[in-house]
Design a protein around this ligand. Sequence first.
Ligand code: UDP
Ligand code: MG
Length: 334
Amino acid sequence: MNNPSPTIKLSVVIPIFNEEPGLPQLFERLYASLDALHLPYEIIFVDDGSTDHSVSALRDQFEKRPEVTRVIILARNAGQHMAIMAGFARARGTYVVTLDADLQNPPEEIGRIVAAMDAGADYVGTVRKMRQDAWWRKSASGLINRVRERTTQIRITDQGCMLRGYHRNVVDAINRCNEVSTFVPALGYAFARHPVEIEVGHAERVAGESKYSFYRLIRLNFDLMTGFSVAPLQFFSMIGLLTAVASLCFVLILAVRRLIVGPEVEGLFTLFGIAFFLIGMLLLGLGVVGEYIGRIYEQVRQRPRYTIAAVMEDGIETQTVPVFKIERRRETVE
Ligand code: UDP
Ligand code: MG
């Protein structure tokens, strides 16, 4: 069931979290652009614990196009990147493309990703032309991009753009990873031999709101930084080292002054300033260490990363969680 199939060339994996209002448009444009490619494809929708009617919309679409549609319903919200991992684990295509459900990246561009892979790329990254997002998100992600460039081996221009292509070799490597908190574009890049980048269009969300609050974005970027680099830890060791050397010099100067000038008591507030600054750095450093330890803790418990409640594929729906639970979940929202 999960094995790659030589007959399917392209799998498109789409994570869905409460995207009900935008789904009709997504279906319309996505199927039309994939049909136009004239190649054997499948679409894997991964419902990431939606609490609206996304699941029923996906079920209707599955009934309409059962030959190319597969739906994985996760029991609970596991996060966009885990949902994609669940899709990757089941994808059968030689090429796997990820796409967001909100149509911010046009599905019409998938053909260009396929063409780049036909030309020999095993990882096709994308750069958003004229990104249509809030200014604070654009500047924050520009900053994170620069930090990531300097602290990791990952060389991608626009890490946040999820419309990307991964060759089967890369997908198999990703599937062997059992990471709890990860960032799929960076992980894929780490295994790629011939990565390329192309420019793609970008639009505003067709419906609904971003599923990322400011807090969730910070968490996601911590996943990226801690998952691919230990530079934040090294940064604090370096600061520690510099402070120690500076304090040593300071003590020596004070000792000499004590001998020449005699006892001094001025500069109390400067001392406060320096002490508070160092306490702040200390807490921040402790927090960074905590971020790593928390992730190590989550990883060593080895709990399943996501649970699948139901799967619709090959024309049938298999439910692993009893039917009434999936249905009741939807009813409670009404
Ligand atoms: N998403 C998901 N689980 C989550 C959050 C988001 O599956 O916990 C999906 C969401 O439905 C969408 C994609 O991930 O298809 C990107 O989310 P969104 O558009 O909200 O992110 P943004 O474009 O604001 O970065
Ligand atoms: Mg979006």
